[in-house]
Design a binder for this molecule. Structure first.
Ligand code: GTR
Length: 334
């Protein structure tokens, strides 16, 4: 082949290479014939924003792959409580799992930085941190626990609610039995404000409140409402002690068996489901507050927040001591 022919062929070669690359990335249904059904877990019911986020992820994957990759979502803790589903995801029995970061801190302790009281100034600050380099670095650490992090969903703020009386100051928490998630940091946070932490699975909280095994719990407005807790614990005190986000996990066992092109599609679908979930989240919060008001619940906002903040300081000493770099960096995010 002479030089002239080579020069003539070059543009054609480039166009061909680009076409092959495009097909590999965006039309993987052609690169592999095998159908993939991904099993996804969430402990909320089907209409909750997190579960809807997973459904969105599945819809996108189905559309992009012309039905080759689909997601089968199991809502309402059908596949187990959060602690159990995290283990199942590590083993590869569950492929996708949406969990709250608090219980996940038992698996990856550096994630505790997202559970530290009053570290995030507001929702916007939290979004900036988790969507930026800090959020990505912490997700990367999950690999050593056989988990891949794909994105952070909103979970709002967590506050105390109970069946006994309104909580306005620390002394109102004294002697109350408060349910906590399976997370040592949350156990110590509740102890720090003078209450007694009781570890219970999310699914057991309603009965716990009804039978008096616990006097209260702590969670965002939507969870308080959708799980019916407001029916038995009508005092919700907006102390907003943490803004721990939710996370979409993927099993590394499954991940390693997928083609690189499919991995990219899954990442993209998860990322596109994030703004969708966050929009639904805001709507859900508004609806939850309205429902609580209609039901005659009391939402307490005149709270002595600075005393709560001071009382929770020991949580930084015990759980934040190896995380000072992250704490500083998070504080510095404007
Ligand atoms: C909710 C979260 C659930 C679960 C629950 C709990 O806010 O969305 O996944 O962690 O809290 O308190 O157990």
């Amino acid at each position: 082949m002479n030089r002239k022919t080579l020069i003539l062929l070059l543009p054609i070669t480039i166009v061909l290479a680009a076409a092959v690359l495009w097909l590999t990335l965006f039309s993987p249904s052609r690169s592999s014939g095998e159908n993939i059904v991904l099993k996804a877990a969430d402990d909320h019911e089907l209409t909750y924003p997190t579960t809807q986020g997973l459904i969105k992820m599945g819809d996108l994957l189905k559309e992009w792959t012309h039905g080759r990759i689909t997601v089968q979502v199991y809502p309402s803790a059908q596949l187990g409580s959060e602690k159990e589903t995290i283990e199942q995801t590590q083993l590869g029995a569950i492929d996708i799992n949406r969990v709250n970061i608090n219980p996940l801190t038992q698996t990856e302790p550096s994630l505790k930085v997202f559970s530290l009281p009053y570290l995030f100034r507001d929702a916007e600050h939290m979004h900036k941190v988790v969507d930026g380099p800090i959020g990505r670095e912490l997700m990367d650490k999950l690999k050593s626990s056989d988990l891949i992090g794909l994105g952070y969903y909103d979970s709002g703020q967590r506050s105390f609610y109970n069946s006994v009386h309104p909580i306005r100051r620390l002394s109102d928490l004294e002697g109350l039995k408060i349910r906590v998630q399976k997370a040592e940091i949350m156990q110590d946070l509740v102890r720090a404000v003078g209450a007694e932490p009781i570890r219970l699975a999310f699914e057991e909280v309603y009965t716990g409140l009804q039978t008096g095994v616990i006097h209260g719990a702590e969670n965002n407005y939507p969870s308080w409402i959708t799980k019916g807790h407001y029916e038995v614990a009508k005092y919700y005190s907006m102390d907003a002690h943490v803004r721990t986000p939710e996370i979409i996990l993927f099993s590394k066992k499954t991940w390693d068996r997928l083609s690189e092109a499919d991995q990219q599609l899954i990442r993209r679908a998860a990322q596109e489901s994030v703004p969708y979930q966050r929009k639904l989240w805001q709507e859900k919060v508004d609806a939850a507050i309205q429902k609580a008001r209609e039901a005659g619940c009391e939402i307490i906002t005149d709270i002595d927040i600075s005393s709560f903040r001071d009382a929770m300081e020991p949580v930084y000493t015990s759980h934040g001591k190896n995380l000072t770099d992250y704490i500083e960096r998070i504080r510095g995010v404007e």
